[in-house]
Design a protein around this ligand. Structure first.
Ligand SMILES: O=C(O)CCC(=O)C(=O)O
Ligand SMILES: [Fe+2]
Length: 251
């Protein structure tokens, strides 16, 4: 299974901007390391661990996973979390899927991350026409994303609870394609948690408190409970957009 690469990343890059400037003489060097250390394909190991036998176990654990002593809250109570369904028509989703490297959708396991630079025209279009302009103006100061990452999740894949690295500026944008999936937000200090079903075609934005003071993760399951019904997951693709603040670091 894909290990959680962001852990390695933090030890490589440190967690504050000064480290980047000290360790990397130039923006190019930095970007090169960024790509090679984090955005590598996962292997095809552990295929059998996603056997359908897992499904019944998943159903139970998904239903019983209220952590002891934790309070389930509504996602709308998390400041800085925005969820907007039905942002991308199916035709736009289809176009975006074409950006994935050949063969990626044929693989059946392992979350796969791919960093895109330079951005393909459809990704430019997505960034320019599907991100709310008020968000762009207020949080991204009118600038564009500097990192666009497409990830493919097969049923059983997830991502451990984490806060995105501090090297990324505020304002994390996530587009969801192909399949619905549950993202869980947890705040250990207040023992509160919230689940959000990220539907295909939806847009999720994390800024401020949601981005910095809550963990987000996707449970490693083959399906999710939605309104009392177990919905098996299909292959899902996400497109995340972030600002890295490279200009601040290297001028
Ligand atoms: O795929 C997603 O929806 C989000 C993944 C994520 O949290 C991340 O890449 O940091
Ligand atoms: Fe994340």
């Amino acid at each position: 299974m894909e290990s959680e690469k962001s852990q390695d990343w933090e030890s490589l890059f440190g967690s504050d901007d000064d480290t980047f400037v000290n360790e990397y003489g130039s923006r190019d060097e930095y970007e090169e390391d960024l790509v090679s250390s984090f955005f590598t394909d996962s292997s095809d190991d552990d295929l059998e661990s996603f056997d359908s036998v897992l499904t019944s176990v998943d159903q139970q654990s998904s239903q019983n996973d209220t952590k002891k002593g934790w309070t389930q809250i509504s996602p709308s109570e998390i400041p800085g979390l925005t969820y907007i369904p039905n942002v991308l028509p199916p035709s736009v989703q289809d176009e975006l899927i074409q950006c994935l490297p050949d063969g990626i959708l044929d693989r059946s396991t392992g979350r796969q991350a791919h960093l895109y630079r330079p951005f393909a025209p459809v990704l430019q279009n997505l960034m320019q026409n599907f991100i709310p302009s008020a968000f762009k103006k207020q949080v991204w100061e009118g600038k564009d994303a500097e990192a666009i990452i497409m990830q493919v999740y097969n049923p059983g894949d997830g991502i451990i609870p984490h806060v995105d690295l501090p090297m990324f500026d505020d304002g994390i944008v996530i587009f969801s394609l192909l399949s619905d999936i549950t993202m869980e937000f947890t705040q250990p200090s207040s023992k509160r948690k919230a689940s959000v079903l990220l539907e295909k075609g939806s847009l999720t934005i994390m800024e401020g408190e949601a981005r910095y003071q809550w963990l987000h993760g996707i449970p490693f399951r083959t399906g999710d409970w939605t309104n009392g019904t177990w919905i098996p997951r299909a292959q899902r693709c996400s497109i995340t957009m972030r600002r890295i603040g490279l200009n601040k670091m290297f001028g």
